[in-house]
Design a protein around this ligand. Structure first.
Ligand code: ADP
Ligand code: MG
Length: 552
């Protein structure tokens, strides 16, 4: 890369760096982003297909979940990575609508490409898109439907819509009931739902129907010694993040032992030290011990003798859940054990689930701790159901908090599209073209729902538009019967926040990608000749979604 100065070329970039500018840069980024959108498009909606993803070590994931697909795919291109970011943001914020967000972003870019060809300047498009996104937010709020937190029938519908198309399909009703029950149980009076209080535990074996809700925390471990009680009532629980073991020296020490007596003395000393640790635990008054680290064989023996129920190598996240549920605090050193930090539960019990032992901590001090055991025939089934349940928990939680929902099945997108076109006409000028493009882009959702269901998208769109023009705002696509139908009556409903967030982040990403007209990529070590410009390498300072601000 060089610039001319008085006939002398000046190198401003390191050798091997590549630079793409103007339309080429835009074209390249848009193509990459569109490719990501088209990769997930076929999974959208209840009739969407699944993807099987195989990683480098041969692990297989079968899923319909947009964000899972994108996370599993090893995406390299920087603009494509920004699309993955949209899905992640959507997942973090609301837990559903990830495919929707990515598909809309891809379509916004495709429509922008047409405008670029007509020589509309990218900043004009960006401006129009921003206006359209803000207007969409307004329109969505105006068509949203308010519900009561106690409306569990409606909450179940929300859960069902979030679960359609996922592996949980067959026993959706059962799972939805569990989800709504769990969320209702942990919700505060003011409606806030802390999803951290709900633990989803998978167990392969049995059928989906055997899934159940447990009021308390489940730990997928067994007690360390068969001599320990299986059941402890009035459990005083010590949560320890330190090994109940003989401390090994930090330095390599060598001990010379010259007689059997000495060896015995050495072993006795080791045992005495372990016994001291166990005594400390006994003194604290605990009758249940959850240990994040290991518990030595000798310690296990002494603990069993003292009638203490002990579990070792408990996951950190489980320890945190236990602390919340039992009101105990995590202790990270044996010396810090005093007895004040114990948690409490009415019952700690080891029980068999699908032939494997699990520890149930129930009747907890904090009644807001609940667990859902997800059961299913194979690992892939259980994994996909767990993802569906996690999504459903999130959306039900969101609606519980916001108490606002919209109809699904493409109905809000059609309504937005119509209203945005009216709005575009009132804006006029070149921005009008961009707002109209935005309006058309949103139709990609009902269009894709139709395509994925094997229906004619054009016929369907015509039918939907006609209904909405007559003021039927909640008419969407019944993908099973291939006709327009009132989605509210059909029970296909989604949280308002899923839509506002999806459109906001799709617009934000599209705008960000559009505004790039110069891609400068540092050379990757020993990049082969003829590598597509900007292909490899990061795009410094462009990661994340914090670009041109759009607050929704
Ligand atoms: P996402 O990752 O965006 O949530 P999904 O595959 O879950 O993708 O599809 C969501 C879309 O499917 C939404 O537009 C939703 O309204 C629609 N949808 C869900 N259930 C139905 C149904 N029973 N009939 C029609 N559309 C549905
Ligand atoms: Mg979904």
């Amino acid at each position: 890369m060089s610039q001319q100065l008085g006939g002398q070329p000046i190198l401003i970039l390191k050798e091997g760096s590549s630079r793409t500018r103007g339309r080429d840069a835009q074209g390249m980024n848009i193509t990459a982003a569109k490719a990501v959108a088209s990769a997930v498009r076929t999974t959208l909606g209840p009739k969407g297909m699944d993807k099987m993803l195989v990683d480098t070590i041969g692990d297989v994931v079968i899923t319909n979940d947009g964000v899972t697909i994108l996370k599993e795919m090893d995406i390299e291109h920087p603009a494509a990575k920004m699309m993955v970011e949209i899905a992640k943001t959507q997942d973090d914020e609301v837990g559903d609508g990830t495919t929707t967000a990515v598909v809309i972003a891809g379509e916004l870019l495709k429509r922008a490409e047409d405008l670029l060809e007509q020589d509309v300047h990218p900043t004009v498009i960006a401006q129009g898109y921003r206006q359209a996104a803000e207007k969409s937010h307004e329109i969505l709020n105006s068509i949203a439907i308010a519900i009561k937190g106690s409306d569990s029938a409606m909450l179940r519908k929300i859960a069902e819509t979030a679960m359609t198309g996922k592996g949980a399909e067959a026993n959706k009703e059962k799972m939805c009931e569990l989800v709504v029950k769990a969320v209702t149980m942990v919700a505060d009076e003011d409606g806030t739902v802390d999803k951290d209080n709900i633990k989803v535990e998978k167990k392969v074996g049995g059928s989906i129907d055997n899934s159940e809700i447990v009021e308390g925390v489940l730990v997928d471990k067994e007690r360390v010694h068969p001599g320990m009680p299986r059941k402890v009532k009035d459990a005083r629980i010590l949560l320890l993040n330190a090994a109940v073991e003989f401390k090994k020296t930090e330095v390599d020490a060598e001990i010379n032992i010259t007689s059997p007596d000495q060896l015995q003395a050495f072993l006795d000393e080791e045992e005495r030290m372990i016994k001291n640790i166990v005594d400390k635990i006994i003194e604290s008054g605990a009758n249940v011990l959850f240990c994040q680290k290991g518990i030595d064989d000798i310690a296990q023996h002494y603990l069993a003798k003292a009638g203490i129920f002990a579990v070792r190598r408990v996951k950190k996240s489980d320890m945190e859940k236990l602390a919340r549920a039992t009101g105990g605090s995590l202790i990270s050193s044996i010396d810090a054990i005093s007895g004040d930090e114990l948690g409490w539960a009415g019952l700690v019990e080891e029980k068999k689930v699908s032939g494997e032992e699990m520890v149930f901590v129930v009747e907890c001090k904090n009644p807001k701790a609940v667990s859902i055991i997800v059961r299913g025939g194979t690992e892939h089934v259980v994994d996909e159901i767990e993802r569906a349940v996690e999504d459903a928990l999130r959306v039900v939680g969101v609606v519980f908090e916001d108490k606002k929902l919209v109809a699904g099945g493409g109905s809000p997108e059609i309504e937005l599209s119509l209203r945005l076109r009216e709005y575009a006409a009132s804006v006029g000028g070149r921005a009008q073209l961009a707002i109209e493009a935005f309006a058309t882009a949103l139709e990609i959702i009902p269009r894709t729902l139709a395509e994925n269901a094997g229906l004619d998208p054009i016929d369907m769109l015509v039918e939907l538009r006609a209904s909405h023009e007559k003021g039927k705002k909640t008419v969407g696509l019944n993908v099973f019967e291939g006709k327009a139908e009132d989605m509210l009556k059909a029970g296909v409903v989604e949280p308002l926040r899923v839509k506002t967030q999806a459109i906001a982040s799709a617009a934000e990403a599209a705008i960000m990608i559009l505004r790039i007209d110069d891609v400068i990529a540092a050379s990757k070590t020993a990049a082969p000749e003829g590598m597509p410009p900007g292909g490899p390498g990061g795009m410094g300072g462009m990661g994340g979604m914090g670009g041109p601000g759009m607050d929704f």
